[in-house]
Design a protein around this ligand. Structure first.
Ligand code: SDX
Length: 431
């Protein structure tokens, strides 16, 4: 029972409306408006700027303080001390695993990394130059055609095996999307490799020679996956929840999340950011782009800057920046011109009153593209990498929603400003 109440006084109503206030363990109080319908009132909040669509225990962000926690653990500690599969266990199950739990989790994920051999045929239907995200939307959704034995979302055993299959198979499908686009043969997963090492091998190994994953690059990939794994109720996670609320199977829901993530305002920003850095090309052209970003009549925005929630530094960007320097140094690319442009753009933007007043800081996408490009991952695979990591967060959020006893189908209302009722006009009588 809420111990605080908001009282809403309305101009044309004698009686005020009392609305319970719920308090979180961290963050803002929420006003429970579910009873507003009884008072024949809706709220209006396009883009959900101030609307909590659900209760969750998975991830917490404090945008003003630049804080990101997975199940209460600060992202910088997890990025430094954990690995992606352990973080995946934490997000999905709520606690860090003990040794036996971690071994079992790693074993189950590892032994589900192969896809049905017929999945390979779906790729043949795509043009070779198809964007890998278009392929991923198709093939991840198609997984539901292969698992009729576990599509009953009311069955916790089915939910568990679907979660394992999605986390295990998305890297395999992601690497297949890349191999298909460059005309190389698919590389099967190897169970003696870690999650991130397996992914790098499936991406870059060729039958003609041995491939040994570079441990520095494996660690960098693992850190990129950790940083991108979950992020509260962002656009793609909200898409997955809304799709799941209708009872759609988890493979279809994750495919919907991939589609939403593709947008340049969301997960597509890493690819858009690198395109922007390449278009700027040199440090002396930065002022021109800063001017354009500030020009209301110019649709250009600094990709990789700004965030709906972070009005301070995105803590992921800080870790990504450090990783960029480590990887480029290891690869002998300290003088990468794109890194120079990025560093100078960041320096100038952070001093510019426009960006300071609007609290526009580099976000997670600002540096990730530089790292991935240096590692040989092509730009059109950047958002696929984001989807690979975020599949774990989507799965965790989907499982949490489905297990919620009060879970209902999501069905927002609207503010209707269209025509009032009017009669049909025969064709001959129209203007
Ligand atoms: C991700 O939600 C999540 O958590 C997302 C994510 C996750 O992990 O899931 O963190 C991943 O999507 C990160 C964001 C990646 N997107 C980009 O880098 C694209 C560039 N950024 C913007 O498009 C924008 O900042 C958003 C979409 C990220 C946030 O947009 P909001 O919160 O809707 O803010 P807004 O567009 O209303 O901008 C507020 C003001 C506007 O100016 P005014 O109308 O008030 O005068 O800031 C300006 C904007 O014009 N502005 C920018 C800008 N971003 C916002 N101006 C120049 N360059 C930018 N990048």
């Amino acid at each position: 029972m809420a111990d605080k109440v908001a009282t809403l006084h309305l101009p044309d109503r004698a009686e005020p409306v009392s609305l319970p206030i719920h308090s979180p363990t961290q963050g803002y109080d929420v006003v429970d408006i579910r009873k507003l319908g009884d008072a024949k009132l809706f709220t209006y909040d396009p883009g959900f700027m101030a609307t909590a669509a659900c209760e969750s225990k998975i991830t917490y962000i404090d945008g003003d303080a630049g804080v990101l926690q997975y199940r209460g653990y600060p992202i910088n500690q997890l990025a430094e001390k954990s690995d992606f599969l352990e973080v995946a266990y934490l997000l999905v199950n709520g606690e860090l695993p003990n040794k036996a739990e971690l071994e079992d989790w790693n074993y189950r994920i590892t032994h589900h990394t192969m896809v049905h051999e017929q999945m390979a045929r779906f790729f043949q239907g795509f043009r070779r130059d198809a964007h890998p995200m278009s392929i991923m939307i198709g093939v991840v959704g198609a997984l539901s055609a292969f698992y009729h034995d576990s599509l009953d979302i009311t069955n916790p055993v089915h939910r568990e095996i679907s979660a394992i299959r999605l986390i295990a198979k998305v890297p395999t499908l992601a690497a297949m999307s890349y191999k298909y686009s460059i005309g190389q043969p698919f590389v099967y997963p190897k169970n003696n490799l870690s999650y991130s090492a397996n992914f790098l091998r499936m991406m870059f190994a060729v039958p003609a020679e041995e491939y040994e994953p570079n441990p520095i690059l494996v660690r960098a990939i693992d850190r990129i996956l950790i940083l991108h794994a979950d992020h509260e109720q962002n656009a793609s996670t909200s898409t997955v929840r809304l799709a799941g609320s209708s009872g759609a199977n988890p493979f279809a829901c994750i495919a919907a999340g991939i589609a939403s993530l593709w947008g340049p305002a969301h997960g597509g920003a890493n690819e858009a950011c690198l395109n922007m850095l390449q278009e700027i090309g040199s440090v002396d052209r930065i002022p021109e782009y800063i001017r354009r970003a500030k020009d209301k009549n110019d649709s250009f925005r600094l990709m990789g800057f700004g965030h709906r929630v972070y009005k301070n530094f995105d803590p992921r960007a800080t870790i990504m920046r450090q990783t960029a320097h480590e990887v480029l140094h290891h690869l002998g690319a300290d003088n990468d011109p794109l890194l120079k442009v990025a560093m100078e753009l960041e320096r100038i933007a952070l001093q510019d009153p426009y960006f300071v007043e609007k609290k526009l800081y580099p976000n997670v996408d600002f540096y990730s593209g530089i790292i991935m490009k240096a590692m040989g991952i092509p730009m059109n695979m950047f958002t696929v990498m984001f989807a690979l990591a975020r599949t774990t967060g989507w799965v965790a959020q989907w499982k949490e929603m489905i297990a919620e006893p009060s879970q209902k189908i999501g069905r927002p209302r609207q503010l209707y400003t269209g025509h009032t009722e009017r009669n049909y006009v025969e064709l001959g009588k129209r203007g």
